[in-house]
Design a protein around this ligand. Sequence first.
Ligand SMILES: [Zn+2]
Length: 270
Amino acid sequence: MVAVPFAPAGNDSRAELRKQIADLTRRFDAQRRSSAEIPDEVATIDRMRKRIAAQRIRLERLEHEVAALLADIGRHEEEIAGREKALALLLGTVVTRLERAHADAWSPVPVLGYRLWAMHEGALHGARTVWREAGFSATCAGDPADVPHSDGRCGRLGCGVYATKELAPLLQMHVTPESHSYVAAVVALSGKVVEHERGYRAQTARVVAAYAVWPDLVMASATPERIAALFRACDRLPSDWCELRFGHPDPLPGLTEYLTTRAEEETAWI
Ligand SMILES: [Zn+2]
């Protein structure tokens, strides 16, 4: 603010006042003109504003680029997830195929095989163990996990419940028409089943049909209750479950026909 000094009234004084105002105006204008700082700061402010605006535009463009990159990343992640899923499926298929090729697979449906037991003091003796019931789950002294083993860690023969694929070779190897005191049966193998050329080694086996031969009797049964009783005490079965063997005829044709027919009937459901 520029202070205007007091001026006396009158023509002269009016002229004087006009002169003073003109002086002041000149001085003020000169002062305004000479003050170079103001236009400079205005220019700086203007420049800074323009720079900020330009940077805003650049920032916006970068944000768009980031959004595009994020979308791209999302697309790639989705594709990777899809490919990983497909890869897992393919790997599963390959593993299954390899396991099959190495005859080492989990069987989702029971595999049927044949077994023999010898009667001894009322109990049924398998090649390695006594069966007290109509089912058996294999164990391994070497390693209880993943039974039966197929990597040779428990010897050449290996653990597991053994069963043959065919009945005839089993009978030929172990019994004659004169043999008695034995049980031949169809077993359903489940869990891990290792396939061999002539038979299987399974984690679990369950008798589904049995044919028992005593010196004077035979019994054919696919009834769980009768099979369970046979394995509990093969010397104490009700006689009306059995058939007499007059003159001790060869039991093998009857046994073979019964068990193979039962196996075929069981397989029909698989
Ligand atoms: Zn083993």
